[in-house]
Structures are given as structure tokens and as C-alpha cells.
Write a protein that binds this ligand. Structure first.
Ligand code: KIV
Length: 270
């Protein structure tokens, strides 16, 4: 590392943010170029989400993403990130079958893509896997609330933990995961008051997506907030740009120039 290289964001640094009340900024990336944009813009955590299945591959859910595909996305993103913590989202069925398989697959992200952490969805059911991974030195981020890998069980992408019993269950799961050693917890699409009370009860940071403003950090799918992914727009997404329109307009202009014979011009020719 030379003196121009920014010092990387570590797990202890992220944990310290919570006690100082400093928000954690997280976004998703699936390749070198986007990961580099995020890193250059000062994002703290880059998640290589299994949302790649929907955003990059055009599937209707995150379930089809394979280990090999996830590893490829993580290796691409790795080369774009110097400062942010790179987190690999473990694909559906890469960690649920057995603790042994979960360990082997988690290990592949660290060995083959040099990630700084992995993320898995679920509560009590994944606690043994979390414990083993953390014991082996692999930092794990949890994910509760709307867990997209369980979309069929949940019956859709609806707001979770609206009822008191479900909210209490979520808090119990959060405390179990914290005891098992997770360093942060994603809370997706739950009422803001539930997210606030979980955030207050935990010592580790919560990262919200559709969970209101009281989480310790926020994450969005980058292609959503840039206005690139247009298949649907959840209420919790804010558009910071209309990149899809910019791309379409540029491509239409290119087409028009080619058809009119005005591209390439003299200075674009040899
Ligand atoms: O796959 C994903 O992008 C996620 C989110 C938390 C944004 O899990």
C-alpha cells in the first residue's frame, strides 16, 4: 500500500461508528466499474448482493444465483475497491444445507475473492453457521425482516414484522445473531419503530433498507437509486439520478449519428 492508498475500513472501525453516532453508508456493486465508483465516492461498505440475480441477470427473484456466479461478481468488485469493506452476499442454498457446506462456501469468498465479510439471511436457523464462521475468523453480517431468499415462504416482498409477535421474534433473532458474533445486521422493509427499537437494543450497527431513518447505516441497491433498474420501484428507494434515461438517450443519439453517416467523423478516423 502506498501513501496515496486510503486506509481500508475495518470491522472495528465500523463498530466504533455506532458509539460515535456516525452513520454507515452502504451500497451494492456487482462489477469492477461500479465498485470503483462507490469506493471513489467514499462509500463505507460495498455489498455484492445476490440482487445481482435480478439486476444483472434479469431473474424475478434472487434464488437462481449460483456460487460460481456470486464468486465471479465478487472477484470483479474486489478489483474496484480499495477503501470500503467488501461484503459477499451468500447465495440461496450455499449456507442453509449444513454448517460444513456453509463454512466451505463462505471460505471460498475469502480465498477466491478476498472479501472482508459475508452476509447471510435468517435468524435462529443460521446461528450455528454464524458461530463457526466467526470462530474461523470470517466476519458475518446478518439480514432480518424481508429476507428475499424466503420470498416464496413470505408470499411476496411485503413489509415484515408489522404485528407485535413478529416484531418480538425479529428482536429475539437479532439478539441471537449478535450473541453468535455478527458484526452488523441488515434490517429490510420493516416498520421504522421496530427498526429503531432493534437498533437501540443492539451493540452492533444496524443497516437499514426500507427500515426508516433510525438505523446506524443505510443501504440501497445502487442500480435502484441511480434510476437504472426500472422493473419496479419500492417506496423506500429514492432516485438520485435517472441513469436509464441518460443511457437510452445516448444510445438513440449514437444510432441517429450512425444512420445519418455523421459518426465517425474525420477526427474519429485514422
Ligand atoms: O442482495 C442485496 O442487494 C441485498 C440488500 C441488502 C440490498 O441483500
Amino acid at each position: 500500500m502506498n501513501s496515496d492508498t486510503p486506509s481500508p475500513i475495518t470491522i472495528p472501525a465500523l463498530l466504533a461508528r455506532k458509539s460515535r453516532g456516525e452513520k454507515i453508508v452502504a451500497l451494492t456493486a456487482y462489477d469492477y466499474l461500479m465498485a470503483r465508483f462507490l469506493d471513489q465516492a467514499g462509500v463505507d461498505m460495498v455489498l455484492v448482493g445476490d440482487s445481482a440475480a435480478m439486476v444483472c441477470a434479469g431473474y424475478e427473484t434472487t434464488l437462481p444465483l449460483t456460487m460460481e456466479e456470486a464468486l465471479y461478481h465478487n472477484r470483479m468488485a474486489r478489483r474496484g475497491v480499495q477503501r470500503a469493506l467488501l461484503v459477499a452476499d451468500m447465495p440461496f442454498l450455499s449456507y442453509q444445507v449444513s454448517v460444513e457446506e456453509a463454512m466451505r462456501n463462505a471460505g471460498r469468498f475469502f480465498k477466491e475473492a478476498q472479501v472482508g465479510a459475508v452476509k447471510i439471511e435468517g435468524g435462529a436457523a443460521v446461528v450455528s453457521a454464524v458461530k463457526q464462521m466467526v470462530q474461523a475468523g470470517m466476519p458475518v453480517m446478518g439480514h432480518l425482516g424481508l429476507t428475499p431468499q424466503s420470498v416464496h415462504k413470505l408470499g411476496g416482498y411485503t413489509v415484515q414484522a408489522r404485528e407485535r409477535i413478529a416484531a418480538e421474534q425479529l428482536l429475539d433473532d437479532a439478539l441471537l445473531l449478535q450473541d453468535a458474533g455478527i458484526f452488523a445486521l441488515v434490517l429490510e422493509k420493516i416498520p421504522r419503530l421496530v427498526a429503531k427499537s432493534v437498533t437501540e437494543r443492539l451493540e452492533i450497527p444496524t443497516i437499514g433498507i426500507g427500515a426508516g431513518p433510525d438505523c446506524d447505516g443505510q443501504i440501497l441497491v445502487t442500480h435502484d437509486m441511480l434510476g437504472m433498474f426500472e422493473d419496479f420501484k419500492p417506496r423506500f428507494v429514492r432516485h438520485y439520478a435517472s441513469v436509464a434515461n441518460v443511457i437510452r438517450q445516448a444510445i438513440q443519439q449514437y444510432g441517429a449519428d450512425v444512420r445519418a453517416g455523421s459518426f465517425p467523423g474525420d477526427d474519429e478516423s485514422y
